[in-house]
Design a protein around this ligand. Sequence first.
Ligand SMILES: [Zn+2]
Length: 319
Amino acid sequence: MRRGDPGFQAGEETPLPPFGVSRGILTQITASVFDMVKVVKRAYKYRFYPTPEQAADLSRTFGCVRKVWNLALQARTTAWDQRQERVTYVRSSAMLTQWKRSDDFAFLAEVCDSVVGIDAGITSLATLSTGEKIINPRHESRDRARLSLAQRRLARTQKGSANRDKARLKVARVHARIADRRKDFLHKLSTRIVRDNQAVVIEDLSVRNMVRNHHLARAISDAAWRQMRAMLEYKCEWYGRDLVVIGRWYPSSTTCSACGHHAGPLPLNIREWACVTCGTRHDRDINAAQNIRAAGLAVLACGAGVRPQRESSRAGGRR
Ligand SMILES: [Zn+2]
């Protein structure tokens, strides 16, 4: 971004990608707005003040970018000076893969290649392939209790009375509060997941199964998961991440993530199981998240979908 470009205010001098991210970063976003006949280009300029946590992430990312650039430059210079060879993009890319594998630069893989699989659950809202379990926020059960109290009070009031209006308002307020807190929680979670990973892999949950199950816990977690998925979709788009959606017929819960053995149907109350083939003990949800991640990696690597497995979908799906 140059100073004095038409349409820009000449602001402070724009820093090059900063080495420590203590100063604000200028970002330019150009959007095309179709206005009946002509295309209007709009530019917005943002100054972003990262929190200490974000600053650390950014420094790490810029550190990696700088490291890779320097390594590649060094490789190119040496190749030309000593052997008059040119290093193509393809070769540089192959070198990067090598570097990521070596212990010295293992941290590169952490930033460049992190892919996370997410399993949507009931007892915990989600489980990540890293082993992290996202439990439903603790305030939720208290909020639910408050809601049912307010609803009981409303039911006892007389139609058309002033007390009924008051009680109705109270119920609406509790509802709004629950929705707000949940949304806030999901925003923080989805932002963190998208920010920390280059690709996010989720499962396309069966709509049919959702309707069939009338349990309240299930209904709530389904609603939250739908919201979460929508957030992941647009945030991945914003931040240039890949979102891979795996078909619902994929038996992520019942396949051993260590050896690929298919264990057959596992009742929902079984939270841990051991693979009969390789002996690995699995936490049901973490194993599922790891399989989802593996399926996503396959999609990312070859661009191909994972084929449906007829048997397993007939056996009643994943759950
Ligand atoms: Zn196994």
